[in-house]
Design a protein around this ligand. Structure first.
Ligand SMILES: [Zn+2]
Length: 235
């Protein structure tokens, strides 16, 4: 037979379970977010390192090319003194102008690479610092989470076992009503009466019903908020 005291106990257990959940709060979500951010930083650092190697290689290649173009220009300039006619002179001069243009392009490329490298190094430094503090934060939160989880999971399992045991004693109609009111009334389903008033919504309970509630023999619920009512004798 369904007894009001069993409902009272189920309400207590549910409240404790709720509190456990709140205690953990958004810690697991926060830990996951930090982990995602950590992965992102590690990936970006590794990509930065690869790009830095590419830049160094490209800079070396362009420097070699620059030297070879410079040498060519010098050689052509020397040849200018040896030419015997204007046509040859113009041809050489034309070639020198062309090489100078090439040299310009190469120097511009080297400058761009050097600028990219500077900003890459700046970003890398920043990412490394972020990663360091993030990892530290992550370790702290994870440690905290793990100890809380261990502590609470035992507690939770214990409470859930008690709840199953109690719920098995109650008839299904009462339990399904309990669940319905639990959802509708923010988890507060079983309330004590204060004098002749519902402890949940404050509505008046007829004196005769209140007296039967005090006897604890039958289960009553509030006409207004549908919560189960009981009498807390210690009051
Ligand atoms: Zn009520």
């Amino acid at each position: 037979m369904t007894h009001i005291q069993d409902l009272v106990r189920i309400q207590q257990i549910d409240t404790e379970l709720q509190e456990l959940e709140e205690l953990l709060g958004d810690l697991p979500t926060k830990v996951n977010e930090l982990k995602t951010e950590e992965d992102r930083l590690i990936k970006s650092l590794s990509e930065g390192k690869d790009r830095s190697i590419e830049i160094d290689m490209a800079t070396d290649k362009n420097s070699l090319e620059m030297n070879s173009v410079k040498e060519k220009i010098d050689k052509h300039k020397d040849q200018l003194f040896l030419v015997t006619n204007n046509r040859q002179y113009d041809a050489l001069q034309h070639e020198i102008d062309h090489l100078k243009e090439q040299l310009n392009t190469i120097e511009m490329t080297i400058l761009e690479l050097s600028e990219e490298k500077d900003s890459l190094e700046e970003n890398t430094k920043e990412a490394e610092e972020n990663l360091e503090s993030l990892t530290q934060n992550l370790v702290e939160r994870r440690t905290k989470l793990e100890s809380m989880l261990t502590e609470s999971s035992e507690n939770k399992a214990n409470l859930e076992a008690q709840r199953t045991e109690k719920a098995a004693k109650l008839d299904m109609a009462t339990m399904s009503r309990y669940e319905k009111v639990y959802k509708a009334r923010n988890g507060i389903v079983v309330v004590s009466i204060h004098g002749n008033a519902c402890g949940g919504c404050g509505s008046a309970v007829p004196p005769q019903i209140a007296s039967e509630i005090r006897s604890g023999k039958t289960i009553y619920s509030c006409d207004v908020c549908n919560r189960f009512l009981f009498w807390e004798s210690a009051e």
